[in-house]
Design a protein around this ligand. Structure first.
Ligand SMILES: Cc1cc2nc3c(=O)[nH]c(=O)nc-3n(C[C@H](O)[C@H](O)[C@H](O)COP(=O)(O)OP(=O)(O)OC[C@H]3O[C@@H](n4cnc5c(N)ncnc54)[C@H](O)[C@@H]3O)c2cc1C
Length: 442
């Protein structure tokens, strides 16, 4: 007997396969809603959609499957460059906005915001789907359609807690005009699925951009961070930044009564093993492969020493390449080309995590009977040392993800745990350097 679409959808919603992209909520006409946004943040069916509606929602779900080769053929047939790790590309660049205000407002080089502002000002779009912090609940992220430079800048910078951009699909389809869309890989993949199906809900989306994606954190990370400073009333947060100040920036929280806490980004990364959204570990897309242009941090000592903010960007479609060319020729951005090998070396940690680690983790999951997403490709043939390394990382995530481990770390001042975390991470990176880099670009 074939499984009903709604039953399959419910199974995904309850499992690690759900990336919280928000498509099922946005397309359901109110029949599916997000619950517990400050906790597990899961979609819940409150009124059962019929089979036709459910089939549409299931088809839009990239948590279950997203066939990379098929979608590459569909959207990137004319793209000249390709590597399994980077995805398709026309050009790869170290880049930044030449407008100091935009560059400073951005997470790295302000590239994504600069592109959106350029498209808006040159009347190539009328709006941009972006994700800022909620006005009503400033501790939660919220997606909206920006129609001015100020709104785009307001939504700049990375939000490392769960975001569900596609729940605003009703606003996207009702918008009068052309849109640029910014989303994480799982969110973008769902938009591509809807585009391939010719779904009217995404008709207004002309351009797709997106940040690189290592991982997302559960909202418990913010609560835990505050508890470490003996602050329990997180609902009195007035402002929350994950990348405040000079690149790479600080995690900073301001409270309504004037209290504030701040920790360098690399130290605040201690929260990752304690609060990581498990779905992040099932994603094989570091550099947002199905966008027109994607951007990440240009992690290399030569740029980090200079501060100010540098991005690594990939143009992936002819339109993406055209936009970067136009902006460069108008002096709006600076671009220095790099090769795919240089890009992979710069992000060796991230590519190893996504393009090797994820496939090993999926093997582990299969052994214990858990289901995996189907990406239509696999990467295999890693040395046994890489499997062992993954086993250690997974065991750590399991132990550190428990409430008792989270409570224990909250008793230590974040400045101490942050420093210890960064030192330990550097030691770990050095110790595993050769395992991670071995044949990485092949
Ligand atoms: C969850 C997450 C994980 C990341 N992991 C990595 C990593 O491992 N390695 C790496 O090099 N870079 C990573 N990045 C990307 C990096 O932090 C910067 O976003 C990227 O360098 C682009 O910087 P920018 O200055 O060009 O972007 P900006 O000009 O700051 O624009 C960023 C745009 O992204 C949108 N946005 C921000 N957060 C989200 C979100 N959570 N969901 C949807 N849209 C969002 C904003 O609305 C804005 O339009 C991550 C980003 C996020 C959000």
């Amino acid at each position: 007997m074939s499984v009903k679409s709604i039953d399959e959808l419910k199974r995904i919603m309850r499992s690690d396969l759900c990336n919280r992209c928000g498509s099922c909520v946005g397309l359901s006409d109110g029949k599916i809603v997000f619950t517990d946004r400050e906790g597990k943040f899961r979609p819940l069916v409150i009124e059962e959609p019929n089979e036709k509606e459910s089939a549409r929602l299931l088809n839009a779900c990239a948590g279950k499957n997203f066939d990379f080769p098929e979608y590459r053929k569909q959207f990137y047939a004319d793209t000249p460059g390709f590597h399994t790790y980077t995805g398709p590309f026309h050009g790869i660049f170290i880049a930044h906005s030449n407008d100091e205000k935009i560059r400073r407002a951005g997470a790295s080089g302000g590239m994504i915001s600069a592109i959106l502002i350029y498209l808006l000002k040159s009347k190539q779009i009328e709006g941009a789907v972006v994700t800022g912090m909620s006005k009503k609940k400033p501790w939660l992220a919220e997606s909206f359609i920006a129609t001015s430079e100020e709104e785009i800048i307001e939504a700049a910078q990375s939000k490392y807690i769960i975001t569900s951009v596609n729940e605003i699909l009703p606003e996207i389809s009702a918008f009068k005009g052309r849109l640029a869309y910014v989303g994480l890989p799982g969110q973008v993949q769902s938009i591509r699925k809807l585009q391939k199906a010719g779904d009217k809900a995404v008709e207004n989306i002309k351009y797709i951009f997106g940040p690189f994606y290592g991982n997302t954190l559960q909202f418990s990370s913010v609560r835990s961070f505050l508890r470490s400073y003996k602050i329990r009333d997180y609902q009195n947060i007035s402002k929350l930044w994950f990348r405040y100040g000079e690149w790479p920036g600080n995690m900073r929280i301001e409270m309504t009564d004037g209290r504030s806490v701040e920790l360098p980004k690399f130290h605040a990364n201690y929260l990752i093993p304690f609060h990581i959204l498990k779905n992040s570990l099932l994603c094989t897309d570091l550099s947002n492969e199905f966008t027109d242009i994607s951007g990440g941090d240009a992690w290399a000592p030569v740029y980090e020493e200079r501060g100010k903010g540098f991005s690594m960007v990939l143009s992936r479609t002819p339109e993406g390449a055209r936009i970067l060319n136009e902006m460069e020729s108008k002096g709006l951005i600076s671009l220095s080309p790099i090769t795919a090998d240089e890009a992979i070396t710069m992000h060796s940690h991230g590519y190893d995590l996504k393009k090797r680690g994820t496939f090993i983790r999926m093997k582990f999951r299969k052994w214990i009977g858990k289901s995996n997403p189907d990406y239509g490709y696999t990467v295999s043939g890693f040395p046994i040392s890489r499997y062992l390394m993954e086993f250690v990382i997974n065991a750590l995530f399991v132990v550190l993800g428990t409430r008792i481990a989270q409570w224990t770390v909250e008793q230590i001042p974040p400045s101490t745990i942050g420093r210890v975390f960064e030192k330990t991470r550097n030691i770990w990176k050095k110790a595993t350097f050769s395992i991670k880099r071995e044949n990485l670009s092949q």
